[in-house]
Design a protein around this ligand. Structure first.
Ligand SMILES: [Ca+2]
Ligand SMILES: [Ca+2]
Ligand SMILES: [Ca+2]
Ligand SMILES: [Ca+2]
Length: 288
């Protein structure tokens, strides 16, 4: 019986760590990534609703083609605060500059589930920048478009982009094997994926330093995803929110806040039930 329990435990461990066993390959197919969907029934995301008319800042997605994905590698260690976290967002085009991403992609993180964005992760390709950064939320409430601001904190964590942590590439069957449409917004230009990764330890550290919130890899997080022409505001497209919206409504009310996501799922309920059943059978046998 002890052997059975150990075996079941090993299988359980394998099942729960399976999605995190491989290092993040930034240009890997979407089948290696997990979609992040808004908690609302809004489309994620509407077409041609970016405020500036720059097509590469138009986040696009529909029921069959998610707009936002994440991928996590646990670093191959038991530590719940290391590894690599990556995000991928689908945009409508590579224009105006062909083959280049020249905007800022923000992933706003609600680390404590209270509806406010606490820090921002993202790719800053505005101007001459090509960096991955972690920003602080401003001193406002950060619960709605009107109350949310983005600050570059003292000692800001900034990484140079390279082929390992950043990728901008056209949606293809290689990058998105289940795709049945490569131009969701019908603007005559292939959609593109913006992907970036960063060390999870830095996300954990900055969430603590800047927002006073402790997180680990099993913490439930929520996200608001946005594009911008600049790194201190969300001034282009808001994922899951149409072009015309009331900026004083909360991210939750507007439908822009995602479902809760844990970068590593808690042990699957089904696997725990199976383990429980195994223990129960073992006890019945001992009674005989
Ligand atoms: Ca859009
Ligand atoms: Ca397009
Ligand atoms: Ca919060
Ligand atoms: Ca939108």
């Amino acid at each position: 019986m002890t052997t059975q329990i150990v075996r079941a435990g090993c299988i359980l461990l394998w099942l729960t760590t399976l999605p995190a066993l491989a290092q993040v390959i930034i240009n890997s197919p979407t089948t290696n990534w997990t979609p992040i969907l808004p908690a609302s029934t809004n489309q994620a995301d509407y077409y041609d609703d970016e405020q500036t008319g720059r097509p590469e800042s138009d986040i696009v997605g529909n029921a069959l083609h998610p707009a936002v994905y994440f991928q996590f590698w646990n670093g191959g260690t038991p530590s719940p605060t290391d590894g690599t976290l990556a995000f991928r967002v689908r945009v409508g085009s590579d224009r105006p500059q062909v083959n280049q991403f020249n905007s800022v992609l923000f992933i706003g993180v609600d680390g404590d589930g209270n509806g406010s964005l606490d820090i921002f992760l993202g790719a800053d390709n505005s101007g001459s920048s090509s960096h991955i950064k972690i920003w602080d939320a401003g001193t406002g409430l950060n619960i709605s478009p009107n109350t949310t601001t983005v600050n570059s904190p003292p000692g800001q964590i900034v990484y140079s982009q390279n082929a390992t942590n950043f990728h901008f590439g056209p949606v293809s069957l290689t990058l998105d094997p289940p795709a049945t449409d490569f131009d969701l917004d019908d603007d005559g230009h292939n959609d593109w994926f913006v992907s970036f990764s960063l060390p999870f330890a830095d996300v954990v550290a900055e969430m603590s330093r800047l927002a006073g919130i402790s997180i680990v890899e099993t913490s439930p997080l929520r996200f608001v995803v946005a594009t911008s022409t600049q790194q201190n505001s969300l001034n282009e497209d808001l994922n899951g929110i149409p072009k015309n919206y009331n900026g004083s409504l909360t991210w939750d009310q507007l439908g822009g806040m995602s479902h809760y996501v844990t970068v590593i799922p808690e042990p699957a309920t089904a696997a725990l039930l199976a383990l429980g059943a195994l223990l129960w059978v073992g006890r019945l046998r001992q009674r005989r």
